[in-house]
Design a binder for this molecule. Sequence first.
Ligand SMILES: C[S@@+](CC[C@H](N)C(=O)[O-])C[C@H]1O[C@@H](n2cnc3c(N)ncnc32)[C@H](O)[C@@H]1O
Length: 277
Amino acid sequence: MTAGDRTIPFDVSRPSPARMYDYFLGGKDNFPADREAGAKVKAALGDVMSHDIVWENRRFLQRAVRYLAGKGIDQFLDLGTGLPTQGNVHEIAQAVNPEARVVYVDNDPIVLAHGRALLATNKTTTVITADMREPGTVLAHPDVNALIDFSRPVAILFVAVFHFIRNTERPQEILRTFREQLAPGSHLALSHLTTDGPPAEEIAQVIDVYKGATSPIVFRPRQEIETFFDGFHLTDPGLVRPWSWRSDLGEPGPRTDWLYAGVAEFGDSGPHATPQS
Ligand SMILES: C[S@@+](CC[C@H](N)C(=O)[O-])C[C@H]1O[C@@H](n2cnc3c(N)ncnc32)[C@H](O)[C@@H]1O
């Protein structure tokens, strides 16, 4: 299959997190293997994953971007973008500030294929295929540097993506590398599946389905998710269930206890900040 001007091999025989997420959100950019895996999750959990969690998460992302754009942030680096759906980051940010620049990064090439079509006429938004486990490559990418000026505040978005990074892949180090690039006033938005809330047997069923996918899934306790914000200062209301984060900024979405989410600022001396290495 081709994507834009490049030929990219898609492995449609294995479910991918991007296409499964698309399936759960009700999109059409998924294949039989994704639908089969998604159906297994649905059989185990009912609508919890195949509707509630994904929409709770997506609504958080939209409100977080609206909040950040409203604070004057006009550069967004969205890691683990997912397939385009309604209310994409650039649409929300550019509704607040038409000049806002957005770079989408995903390691699934299908995101590039669909993103390119969506963004054909948008000069301030781009999409690249890259892996956040190689932060140096992402940060040095010419398309990233063409749009993002790291000497000014940037919002880095890691929404529903760190649960695809295993501990052996050193998630904290990945975050540190991105943080070290940031100017004061930059922000981090992050959401993550948690072990603190859902029944253990339901978590085990989800983990099991993702074992056959292109990336396994990792649930983490709240305490560990909080360490992802090291070096940042969590803004109000802190690290909370996504539905309860700033519902004054838009639709809160369904309420579950499967995720935590927060938005944090870099470069002030708030209580959660640790010295920069
Ligand atoms: C659950 S979706 C989240 C999409 C979007 N951030 C949202 O919250 O609506 C996770 C996305 O992260 C991507 N992803 C997973 N591991 C990644 C990695 N190592 N580097 C870049 N993207 C990754 C997947 O391909 C998928 O598109």
